[in-house]
Write a protein that binds this ligand. Structure first.
Ligand code: 13P
Ligand code: ZN
Length: 273
């Protein structure tokens, strides 16, 4: 019954289809080996609450007595261990829909999307929920989070001297004017931290308060957006810059990059100066 209500909601369906479309692009880009990456969407506002009989589902408590200010919020998430290429083909079998308990101390599964078993949410759940908690307070229009292993960007963080926000953005913004125009804040940067932990959640959340995308050193990227496509576009754009950098290096040159003056001119002309 709940499954019918949630999955047949036209707006929810559209989001699931967009998740599937973008999951296919992540796979095609080579950023989604095995189960790499995860996506979450806060769908609380788009569910018609009157039609939604929320049951007292059995609550899965968050580890270490963690409490999120997200009581009653509902999320679509990729299941842990699922493949983006499978999500692209068969979205319903590779997502779970969870509702945060009113106490904020755990979650319950809103519906059994996969017939045979209940999928557990992504192992990066602490990061997703910590960021959604912040976005709800500071920028509620941004309801989407995408984590992916964007190869070109990860490779940049393997280069000594490139492991800082300043160094990364200087290179990326110098490779293409569009990067300056569309990601004027540049990328945030989180030094290597164990995935799936409260620590990486806190560090990432802080960076996403002021950036649309964050680089996880030697691991991947985390992006926010109003739509799944918007989050993907920002990663795609930054990745293009990284590719130009590596193509130049492969051709045997250290790329010149745009000058400080050229970058300032772009910012001035596109109202970001
Ligand atoms: P999940 O399969 O648990 O989402 O993990 C993928 C990943 O990229 C972890 O950083
Ligand atoms: Zn990852």
């Amino acid at each position: 019954m709940l499954k019918e209500i949630v999955l047949k909601n036209r707006n929810v369906r559209e989001i699931i289809l967009e998740m599937a479309e973008i999951a296919g692009y992540l796979w095609e880009r080579g950023w989604a080996e095995q189960n790499a990456g995860n996506i979450s969407v806060n769908i609380t506002d788009i569910l018609n609450r009157e039609n939604l009989q929320i049951p007292d589902g059995s609550m899965v408590p968050f580890p270490e007595k963690k409490k999120y200010a997200l009581g009653g919020n509902v999320f679509i998430m990729t299941g842990t261990g699922t493949r983006m290429r499978d999500l692209a083909r068969n979205p319903e079998e590779n997502i779970c829909i969870i509702r945060i308990d009113n106490s904020g101390k755990g979650y319950s599964h809103l519906c059994r999307c996969r017939e045979t078993s209940i999928l557990q949410p992504t192992s990066e759940l602490p990061t997703h929920l910590t960021i959604h908690e912040m976005l709800l307070k500071k920028d509620p229009a941004r309801k989407i989070l995408v984590h992916t292993h964007a190869t070109e960007l990860i490779a940049l963080t393997q280069i000594p001297g490139m492991q800082s926000e300043k160094a990364l953005n200087r290179v990326l913004q110098g490779m293409h004017p569009e990067t300056v125009i569309f990601v004027p804040e540049g990328m945030g940067f989180v030094p290597y931290t164990l995935p799936g932990t409260a620590k990486i959640a806190q560090l990432t959340c802080k960076q996403l308060e002021t950036h649309p995308v964050v680089m996880w050193e030697k691991h991947g990227v985390f992006a926010t957006g109003k739509t799944v496509s918007e989050a993907f576009d920002a990663i795609d754009l930054l990745s293009k810059s990284a590719q130009i950098y590596f193509y130049s290096r492969q051709a045997g040159i250290e790329p010149e990059g745009l000058t400080e003056e050229q970058i300032a001119e772009i910012r001035k002309n596109y109202g970001k100066g």
